[in-house]
Design a binder for this molecule. Structure first.
Ligand SMILES: CC(C)(COP(=O)(O)OP(=O)(O)OC[C@H]1O[C@@H](n2cnc3c(N)ncnc32)[C@H](O)[C@@H]1OP(=O)(O)O)[C@@H](O)C(=O)NCCC(=O)NCCS
Length: 208
């Protein structure tokens, strides 16, 4: 698979999750979003296995260094996102009784792109490699994918307890479009508001 390098020996970016890297990608996602996904997919081992088993490989950009995935950005486009699995898959994995509250929580995270929109639904960099520019490169690559699919906008959500991620998005051209206050979720999921951010995309953002 052809990748994008930074010319400085940093990670190579790939436009799909390589076969065999599913568990690693699931682990990165879980480490970053376990607090949010836990109520839907706990215990952690089951959650990670569920994510790994239902990945849509072509909906993730991954950063690979020394043969290891060190970062991932997942997105929704054309009706599919990086993390898959429908109601039937949740029922099969967790059984009817344990599935119902999980499906309710997963429904909270359901995001459907509008026409001409790419929705980024998760970005995570290995904890030991944050602050080195990998997240920024993943964002640029996601924007390039959007441009190459003729999208005019990238959309994402950021929670109120993650101001550093929000600062990163703002530096990359995202602006807040609206904030939904969700105080009832603070105890269950650890955040009390979700801000939707937009970044306009032009053909000049395409890589090819
Ligand atoms: C957010 C995240 C993907 C950024 O990746 P990164 O490779 O560290 O990003 P970059 O090196 O390109 O840019 C660094 C900037 O990212 C932001 N950032 C957010 N969380 C950070 C963290 N834990 N460590 C370092 N930078 C972080 C800051 O704006 C930082 O700039 P600063 O050092 O001036 O504050 C990464 O920190 C991460 O995986 N965090 C946990 C998961 C998460 O919060 N995802 C976003 C959900 S909306």
């Amino acid at each position: 698979m052809r990748g994008t390098t930074d010319g400085n020996g940093g990670p190579t970016l790939l436009r799909a999750v390589p076969t065999g890297a599913e568990a690693r990608v699931a682990a990165l996602y879980w480490e970053a979003f376990g607090r949010k996904l836990g109520p839907a997919l706990d215990p952690p081992d089951s959650g990670r296995a569920f994510i790994a088993e239902h990945l849509h490989h072509d909906r993730g950009i991954v950063a690979v260094h020394g043969g290891e995935v060190v970062g991932v950005a997942g997105y929704q486009l054309g009706g599919r996102g990086l993390t898959g699995g429908d109601v039937g898959d949740v029922l099969a994995a967790y059984g009817l009784f344990r599935s119902l509250p999980r499906l309710a929580v997963l429904a909270l995270f359901e995001r459907t792109p509008e026409p001409g929109e790419l929705v980024m639904d998760g970005i995570a960099v290995d904890a030991g490699r944050r602050g080195l520019g990998i997240g920024g490169r993943l964002l640029t690559e996601v924007t390039a994918v959007a441009a190459e699919h003729g999208c005019h906008r990238v959309r994402l959500d950021v929670i109120d307890v993650n101001p550093r991620a929000r600062a990163l998005y703002e530096r990359h051209g995202f602006t807040a479009a609206r904030t939904e206050r969700t105080p009832y979720l603070r105890t269950l999921l650890g955040f009390g508001a979700v801000t939707t951010m937009h970044r306009p995309v032009t053909p000049a953002d395409a890589r090819a």
